[in-house]
Write a protein that binds this ligand. Structure first.
Ligand SMILES: Cc1cc2nc3c(=O)[nH]c(=O)nc-3n(C[C@H](O)[C@H](O)[C@H](O)COP(=O)(O)OP(=O)(O)OC[C@H]3O[C@@H](n4cnc5c(N)ncnc54)[C@H](O)[C@@H]3O)c2cc1C
Length: 315
């Protein structure tokens, strides 16, 4: 029989970790306070892009691994994962930190001819990236895990050390929950508000990190984002902010101002300057949290890193 593992958290970090470990024969139990559709992960845009992982060289391998997992999983149309063009636009006068290109899979990124860019944009890059429709993928992944024998239990964990006595290994994927669980004052919420308009336009993702604006065409809605509000810990949207998002997006694609508004949401990114992915010394607890605005982009890569730690003797 495989070792027993408790994964705390059922967002993308927890589910991807459970997937990688279950594939290796571990007996996995996912313990979580909330499941899809009630996690931050459900509120992500959620396209693969190495946003805010640039300072951390470990991210190069992690994002590449995740890209490959999404590619493999996208073979099943029911997964809700598709490969879609992303255009990253840079306005005149903006100096873009181009380090993100080094995190892209080799030879996937090309420059967009200037005449094809929206008005006001001086430079642009395009690539094909995974778009993960969270409303489809998270329940789909949970279904795959159930088929693999993973057990799901609703539980609010108040002390990791306590559950660590009942399992061979505990992996902490609690996202923002780690503020309380680990008394980690390097972790804080960054609120993102988004507006949803009727689906069908545009046919590619558009991203401008600087305004910041992202436009993401899902099957059920086009997501117009977004805000990046550090230390705001309430999951509410503000009408004025949503209106500003629409104005900014309509400056890129004027067609958007005529689209019917069908919803909005806010989510709290679990931000930490670097992801905490490490085993706690002299314990059987491995932490995997603090993925900020890149939880999907990092997911399976971090899950593989957890597996590697489990295969390494305790430091
Ligand atoms: C508006 C917005 C847009 C985004 N867009 C993108 C994008 O395009 N691409 C991308 O890669 N990322 C994106 N993100 C970031 C991404 O959503 C997060 O990085 C990711 O969801 C974090 O996942 P997680 O599993 O670590 O945390 P969560 O999804 O928050 O899951 C945490 C889990 O832990 C559980 N938990 C917490 N505390 C406890 C406890 N004490 N006991 C038991 N269970 C507990 C919770 O119930 C939950 O199940 C976006 C985020 C937002 C808000």
């Amino acid at each position: 029989m495989g070792k027993t593992v408790a994964v705390v958290g059922a967002g993308i970090s927890g589910l991807s970790t459970a997937y990688v470990l279950a594939n290796q024969g571990f007996q996995v139990t996912v313990l979580a306070k909330a499941f899809s559709p009630h996690t931050t992960s459900n509120r992500a845009a959620a396209f693969w892009f190495p946003y805010h992982v640039r300072g951390d060289q470990r991210g190069i391998g992690w994002v590449a691994t995740s890209y490959q997992y999404f590619k493999d999983l996208s073979a099943d149309p029911a997964s809700g994962i598709s490969f879609i063009k992303i255009v990253k636009g840079i306005k005149a006068g903006i100096v873009d930190d181009a380090n993100w290109i080094e995190f892209m899979p080799p030879n996937t990124c090309t420059e967009v001819p200037r005449e094809q860019l929206p008005t006001g944009y001086q430079q642009g890059f395009q690539a094909m990236v995974p778009l993960v429709e969270t409303q489809l993928f998270l329940p789909y992944l949970q279904g795959l895990l159930t088929d693999k024998g993973v057990v799901f239990k609703e539980a609010t964990i108040t002390n990791l050390a306590t559950i660590a006595t009942a399992y061979d290994v505990v992996v902490n994927c609690a996202g923002l929950g780690a503020v309380d669980l680990c008394k980690d004052n390097h972790l804080f919420p960054v609120r993102g508000q988004v507006l949803l308009v009727e689906p069908g336009f545009p046919d590619a993702i558009f991203l401008d990190n600087h305004t910041p604006t992202y436009i993401v065409p899902r099957q059920d809605a086009t997501i117009i984002g977004g805000t990046y509000e550090e230390h705001v810990g309430v999951e509410t949207t503000e009408p004025d902010t949503l209106q500003q998002l629409l104005v900014k997006a309509s400056n890129v694609f004027p067609e958007l101002q005529h689209k019917r508004i069908i919803g909005s949401w806010a989510g709290l990114r679990p931000f930490r300057a670097t992801v905490r992915l490490a085993q706690e010394t002299d314990t059987n607890i491995i932490h995997n949290y603090g993925h900020g605005g890149s939880g999907f982009t990092l997911s399976f890569g971090c899950a593989e890193a957890v597996l590697q730690l489990m295969e390494t003797p305790n430091p």
